[in-house]
Each structure stands twice: as C-alpha cells, then as structure tokens.
Design a protein around this ligand. Structure first.
Ligand code: PRX
Length: 633
C-alpha cells in the first residue's frame, strides 16, 4: 500500500447522471438491477441466453468441488463464432469490426465480414500446421488487427492463446513461453512507439534460442523495417504467406463451456509469473454483459479501450467484449502524447469515439499538459468514460470529468483483475458517482471488506477485499499450479476469494480501493512483482542481494525503489547505475520503471532469511516500522 489514499477519506462529492444519460441507459435502475442480481445464478443464466449455443447448458453453476467452480456445464459453444460469425448473418456484416489507428496517423478498417474471412484463413493455416484443440499458441505482437485475427483463429479451433505483452523483454518473454509450452509463436517485425520502431523480431529471435517447444514462428510484416528471417527451413514463415492460400471457410470447434480459452501471465508475490487460465462460456457471458451494461453499448457506438491486448484489459474489453456485442472497436498503437499531447483527443474527434476506457496513469500524464489540448478538439461525441488498473485520485477524476467528458459523460471506475476476467466492482451510467470510488459490486457479485479472519470490518475501516460468490468469468486455476491457486486466493480467508487488495467501504456501501496488500507493484497500471525485479537485479554480476519496494510517483502511481547489496569491489556510481538500469530493462522490459537505486550494507530479514519489505516500505513512508519481533537483528 504505497499510495497516500488518506485524501479519499474526505471526498464527499456526488455526481448524478443527467437526463440524456439516463434516458439512453440500457440499465436505467441501478438499485433494481443489483436487487435482480441477488439471485445470481438466474441472473447470469438470463444473460447467457443471448448467445448462440450449439447445445444449451444443463447446469448454470456446478459448485460441488469448490473453489473449482464450473459454469454452464454441459453446454457446447464457440466464442469466436459468437464474436464474429454470428454477425455475418445480420445487418452488421459490412460494419467495421476493427478500426486500427497508429501514432503516425495511419488507419486500417476491417469489417466483420473481412474479419470472418481472415480468422478462417488463419485458423485453417494453424490446422494445416497440426495445431489441435488444446494446443498453446503464443503471440508477441503490437496492437494490430493481426493480433486479433490470430487470437480469434485460436478460439475458433479450440487452441489456447497466450499473449505476451510486447513491452516485456527477453527474460520475461522466455519464462512465459516456456511455462505455457507454446507450439507456435506469432510475432511482427516491429512496433511503433513514440516516433521510433521497436524491433520485436530481434527480441523474439533472442528469446527463441531459449524456447525449445516452439515449432513455427509466424512473422507479421507490420512496420516494413528490414528483418532477417532464419534459414532454418520451415521454422519461420511470413503471416501473409502462411494464410493467403487458405480457404476462407472454417467450421467452428464446438467447445465445452469449461474448455480452456486462454492463459495470460501476470505477476504475484513470488518471482514466478502466474499463468491465469480462463475458460470459454463463463468468460464470454461475463465480459459481454459488463461491456454492455457498464458502457451502455448501442448500435451507433464507436468503442475505444486504450489497454494493450498484452494485458487482461485488452483481452476482455478491446477485443472480446466489444466484438461479442457487434460493436466497432478502435485499437491504437503508439504513445498517448505522440506526436503531441493532443494525439488521443484528435482521434476521438476524427472518428467520433463514443465510449472511451483508459487508465488513471494516462489521465495524470495528459493532465500535465493542461486543458488547451482537450479544448482544441471536439469531444462532444463521448457519452461514457471509464478507468481501470489502479486507484484514481479525485483530482485526476475531476480533470477527466470536466475536460474530456465535459461534465456530461459519467466515469465508470472499474475494479477487476487478470484473475477476475471481468469487472466486478463498478458503477453503471445510471449510478451516482463519487470521485475515487469504484462504487458498488456489479449486479450478481457479492464483495466485502473483511479482517484476516474473514469478519466484516466496520464502515470506513480498511481491510481485505474479498468476493463471496463465484462469477462466470472467474479464472479456473493457475496453469499447472493448482496448489498455488488454492494457497494464494482461496485458503487464506476460508470460503471467499481474496483479491490481494486493501479497501474500505463507506456508509453508502461504496468501495474505495486503497492498493495491493501483497508484494505486487502497479507501475503505470502495469502489474509487476517485486520478486521478479529482485531476481532481475541479482542476475547482474555486481549485485549480491536486492530488495525492491514501490515508491510513490505522481504520474505512474508507483515506480521501483531498489536497495542493493553489491559484491565486493563494486561501488554504485553513475556507470553502474546505467548498467543496472539497462540490465533490468533487458530482463523485464520498459514496464519495470526504476525510480531510485540505493546501495546498502544489509537488508532487514526474518530469522529464516526472508526479506522484510514491510520494514523498508514503512521507513520509506516515514511510518512506524511496526512489529519487529521476527527481525533478524
Ligand atoms: O490492485 C488492483 C488494481 O489492479 C490490480 C489488478 O491488476 P491486473 O491483474 O494487472 O489487472 C488490471 C486491469 C484489470 C488489482 O488487484 N486495480 C484494477 N482496477 C482498479 C484497481 N485499483 C483501483 N481501482 C481500480 N479501478
């Protein structure tokens, strides 16, 4: 808990929706919808009716083996069929499904029909290559239509996709690929970022030297920079060549509701990333419902979620949610302030974006440039705004509300996680809003704030955020690590899901998220484990031991503060600091933003040798270091 959230305690402002928002809202009565959600099995079953099932489910929820819940048991369904094929038979057939825009101002549009053909061709290519239901396929791609095509192609044939964020570097990439034992990798020549082109192929070439399970690498020519293809015959193939000759029809694989859909890696308290496993039907129902109700989706919408597809936000709300509703989804490749800080506002004006979902860190960053850029563009098309990824401070909330939403577009502050798959605590446009609060649990969700033993804490007091009933898009396990799934999330406070966040509830039952309760950092909304950063440090020859904590940062929320014990004869001077920064960046990628590195003689440890980061954090925050009875010295 690094951020100073005390300011939130005094936040008393309430913003109610205007008549236009209320009249348009898919769900007009928030309270009544929450009431309806109390019979949660019935609620989710009703939501599931809107999809095309090859065979309808027998049981909505099988909870006979908690916490290994099963949703829509007995059902047969294909998610890609519901996200793409279904629309081909309707008036949406020639509507734009994907609107790709990049920081250089280039755009590409792909209709639902075009997407359908491309997905089928790619799916047939995969099949020809011997990819079968259950096989793992990895992607290391920028935000581009080919990423969506390849994910949906996997979904269509029942292969399990595992996307690695293109901002992660060699070390993190290799670890994730090898854990998933992926058979195929899809990558690109590069990605556009702040006027430069990042050579993704080079990173993936280096990674491939350490990824023995990969049989084929499919390369998208995206930026057009010259790249070297390997001469290992058949191992590498260009994307276009891979699929161009393939037929544009492909039968969807009828999947069991509980068949795996994707694995997405995220950080936990230990150095080893967690392979969060999501399954088919429940994920589909949860993600489509929340997109529709929270962002109030209508036929004339242009939806823009700025989250990268390498993270859960992109999976659920840049791709699956909007496509399952037949909406146009805008995907953007590049930096928010390139070529100038008006870049995003210009896109909203040019295309008439109606729903805009982003992260507090981006808002805080763009806020720095004042209100002239938001004034320069016509943002009146915006009807609903949203934020995700970390607590939003009321100041940033107000700036977003006034300057971007023009005090008309309500802000949906959505709390959820890679593990939850879908929003769990969030308002609807019809809800009264309080800046900095994620408001109340979504209909059908039962959340609470409790102490270590699971007893509810009094109103206004901080405690552990828990979810008390299952929800359809919940992850089903950690890939090949059932014990960790049980230990981290379910066995700590019996009978409930422990989210890993601290929160408090106010007198109206509104939730205020205070930050992580574990050793996970949130840097610019990106999740990274302190242990991962520590192991990157100690793999450098100069470092004997490392301890890492989060340090508050006004824009990024947190950055890394590292305490290092150096090996003999090493001194922390400018050159070594530069080397260490480069080394950590090489291992983990630019997501690991280093704020400060200090050299120390010793680190606070328990008698069993575990580093007590709590002590370092308290000292950093100028707080009392608390109980030190377990401290070694
Ligand atoms: O600490 C919470 C924070 O992000 C964590 C989940 O991170 P990740 O799995 O990477 O998913 C991010 C996108 C869903 C949570 O445990 N978090 C997420 N949304 C919010 C938030 N903190 C405060 N307010 C939010 N709206």
């Amino acid at each position: 808990m690094e951020r100073d959230t005390s300011v939130l305690l005094d936040e008393k402002r309430i913003f109610t929706p205007d008549t236009e928002t209320l009249e348009r809202a898919n769900v007009k009565d928030w309270e009544a919808e929450i009431e309806k959600g109390k019979d949660f099995k019935k609620y989710w079953a009703e939501k599931a009716e809107q999809f095309h099932w090859f065979k309808k489910w027998d049981t909505v929820l099988d909870d006979s083996n908690k916490p290994f819940y099963k949703w829509f048991e007995g059902g047969k369904i294909n998610l890609a069929y519901n996200a793409v094929d279904r629309w081909i038979k309707t008036e949406k057939r020639n509507q734009v499904a994907i609107l790709y825009v990049n920081e250089r101002g280039h755009e590409r549009k792909m209709t639902y029909y075009e997407l359908y053909r491309r997905v089928n061709q790619f799916a047939n290519g995969l099949k020809n290559m011997g990819v079968k239901k259950g096989d793992k396929v990895s992607m290391y791609l920028p935000m581009c239509p080919e990423l969506i095509v390849s994910m949906l192609a996997c979904t269509k044939i029942g292969a399990v996709h595992s996307v690695v964020y293109s901002g992660l570097s060699v070390g993190a990439f290799v670890e994730r690929m090898n854990d998933a034992r992926a058979k195929i990798l899809i990558t690109a020549d590069g990605t556009f970022r702040r006027g430069k082109i990042i050579d993704l192929k080079k990173i993936s070439d280096e990674a491939m030297l350490q990824c023995p399970t990969i049989e084929t690498v499919i390369v998208v020519k995206h930026t057009g920079i010259p790249i070297e293809m390997s001469d290992l015959s058949g191992k590498e193939i260009f994307y276009e060549r891979f699929m161009d000759e393939e037929p544009a029809e492909c039968e969807p694989e009828p999947m069991d509701s509980e068949d795996p859909l994707f694995i997405l890696y995220t950080s936990g308290s230990t150095g080893k990333p967690k392979g969060v496993l999501h399954t088919t039907a429940g994920y589909m129902v949860g993600v489509a419902t929340t997109t529709n109700d929270i962002f109030d989706i209508h036929n004339d919408d242009l939806w823009w979620c700025t989250g990268d597809v390498g993270w859960i936000t992109g999976h659920s709300y840049a791709i699956y949610g909007p496509l399952l509703l037949g909406t146009t989804t805008l995907i953007y490749e590049g930096a928010p302030d390139y070529p100038d800080p008006g870049a995003w506002w210009r896109i909203i004006e040019k295309y008439g974006v109606t729903k805009f979902y982003t992260a507090p860190t981006a808002i805080r960053h763009l806020m720095r440039f004042g209100s002239s850029y938001t004034r320069d563009y016509d943002l009146s098309s915006l009807k609903v705004l949203g934020t995700v990824g970390e607590p939003i401070n009321p100041e940033a909330w107000m700036w977003f509300y006034k300057n971007v939403g023009k005090e008309k577009a309500p802000i949906m502050d959505t709390w959820w996680q890679t593990e939850t798959g879908m929003h769990l605590i969030a308002p609807l446009p019809a809800a009264p809003l309080k800046p900095g609060s994620v408001t109340r649990p979504f209909p059908g969700i039962d959340a609470d704030v409790v102490d270590e033993d699971g007893n509810p804490v009094p109103v206004g007091k901080g405690g552990y955020l828990v979810i008390k009933n299952p929800w359809p898009a919940m992850f089903r396990t950690l890939y090949e690590d059932e014990q960790r799934y049980l230990d981290v999330y379910w066995n700590q406070i019996p009978g409930v899901y422990k989210a890993g966040d601290m929160a408090r509830k106010d007198e109206n039952g509104y939730f205020w998220i205070q930050g992580r309760s574990d050793d996970v950092l949130k840097i610019a909304g990106h999740r990274i484990g302190t242990a991962e950063v520590e192991s990157a440090f100690v793999s450098h020859p100069a470092v004997a031991e490392a301890a890492v904590i989060g340090k508050s940062d006004p824009i990024k929320g947190q950055v890394i503060k590292a305490f290092l014990i150096l090996k003999e004869n090493y001194v922390l001077k400018t050159k070594l600091i530069g080397d260490l920064k480069q080394h950590v960046r090489y291992e983990l990628g630019p997501v690991a933003v280093l704020g400060e590195i200090v050299q120390v003689e010793s680190l606070p440890k328990t008698r069993s040798g575990k580093i007590m980061r709590r002590v370092l954090k308290a000292k950093e925050a100028g707080e009392d270091i608390g109980d030190t009875s377990t401290l070694e010295e």
